[in-house]
Design a protein around this ligand. Structure first.
Ligand code: AQP
Length: 336
């Protein structure tokens, strides 16, 4: 990646079926961006094991994610797509960053608080240090821009603080990354409970629409989505309706205003039926491409092999620099 382009990095943990919230909040931006930036898109499997996973399902899901990254339009010749655990430098940098991360900062993280509430039987230290691993993912590649949904803003702020702290303590090393949060759809809410965000690992599958849901299921889930008992399609009616309008707007590229105007004099059922069709049509090409490649393990393994070797080259350079700056003896000296 020797050019003057800036670097963009984003990752998703394989902790459930990728859903439209992940697509709208993050992946949709990836496709636009890969033309103009050096891009790295990770499947962050080490993050996902901070909550219990079934090992055989996790392995399968990593391949499924790889196919969905390709199916939404990530080009493995232009962008690096890699599995986090294939590049051990993520963990090496995490250790170094751990040594400059204040405990107080980690205990303020909203995601940590939410996840510990949901996982009372497995409150592990990985959940606590999750944001440090995320900072390592980003800083290892000197990313300038990180496309994420609004829920990750706090983690990005910690990453920026750690980068600045390291740069000041040792010497300028890391770029200070900016979040790229979409104007529309940065926080898609659950279909049944519009007060909580839509999450791919939600046990109630009626709360989310997976990128691989079939058309009938999508229609049913939208029909059942919680709204209100008013009659006009108006963004301010309720959180549930506003959420559906946000989803409509993201998939159709129409503004809230245009949508409200279009549905004057129409019913909620008309709106929901159209929304179902818009999602189905948007996901159709993704699902088609997915089904064409998911069984081709040789093709998928070749992509992983080539791409993780590109990622490793960058990661190795960063970690050598970091080790030298903090005063560790270079292993390269011992080879003569
Ligand atoms: N509700 C959301 N609206 C918009 N964007 C969202 N993202 C997640 N939920 C929404 C964005 O999708 C990416 C997924 O990142 P992740 O898997 O590392 O973590 P997450 O934010 O914890 O995502 P989920 O779907 O909620 O996963 P689980 O259920 O496993 O915790 C990020 O860019 C995120 O901002």
């Amino acid at each position: 990646m020797k050019n003057n382009k800036k670097t963009v990095l984003s990752g998703i943990q394989p902790s459930g079926e990728l859903c439209i919230a992940n697509y709208i909040g993050a992946m949709k931006n990836w496709i636009k961006i890969q033309e103009d930036y050096n891009s790295i898109f990770l499947i962050v499997d080490l993050h996902s094991i901070t909550v219990s996973q079934v090992p055989s399902e996790l392995r399968k899901r990593c391949y499924s994610y790889l196919c969905q990254y390709l199916a939404v339009g990530i080009d493995p010749e232009k962008s690096i797509i890699a599995i986090q655990s294939h590049i051990p430098e993520h963990l090496e940098l995490m250790w170094i960053l751990n040594t400059i991360t204040p405990l107080g900062d980690l205990s303020r993280m909203t995601q940590f608080k939410d996840k510990t509430k949901k996982n009372k039987e497995n409150i592990n230290s990985g959940l606590f240090t999750y944001p440090v691993l995320m900072a390592s993912d980003i800083l290892l590649y000197n990313a300038d821009l990180v496309p994420v949904g609004a829920d990750q803003k706090q983690h990005l702020e910690l990453t920026r603080n750690l980068a600045e702290k390291f740069n000041n303590k040792f010497s300028p090393t890391f770029s200070i990354p900016d979040p790229l949060i979409p104007e529309r759809g940065s926080r898609i809410m659950s279909l049944q409970d519009p007060n909580s965000k839509m999450s791919k690992s939600d046990a109630n599958l009626n709360n989310l629409i997976s990128l691989l849901d079939d058309p009938d299921l999508i229609v049913r889930k939208i029909k059942r989505a919680v709204t209100d008992s008013k009659s006009e399609i108006n963004y301010t009616n309720s959180k549930g309706l506003a959420n559906l309008i946000d989803i409509y707007s993201s998939f159709s590229e129409k503004s809230i205003d245009e949508i409200e105007q279009f549905y004057i004099g129409k019913q909620y059922s008309d709106f929901k039926s159209d929304l179902g069709q818009i999602i189905i049509e948007s996901l159709k090409p993704i699902q088609k491409k997915y089904s064409q490649i998911i069984k081709d393990k040789t093709y998928l393994d070749t992509i992983l092999k080539n791409n993780s070797s590109k990622a490793s080259q960058i990661a190795r350079k960063t970690i050598s620099k970091v080790y030298r700056k903090v005063g560790l003896v270079s292993k390269a000296r011992l080879i003569y």
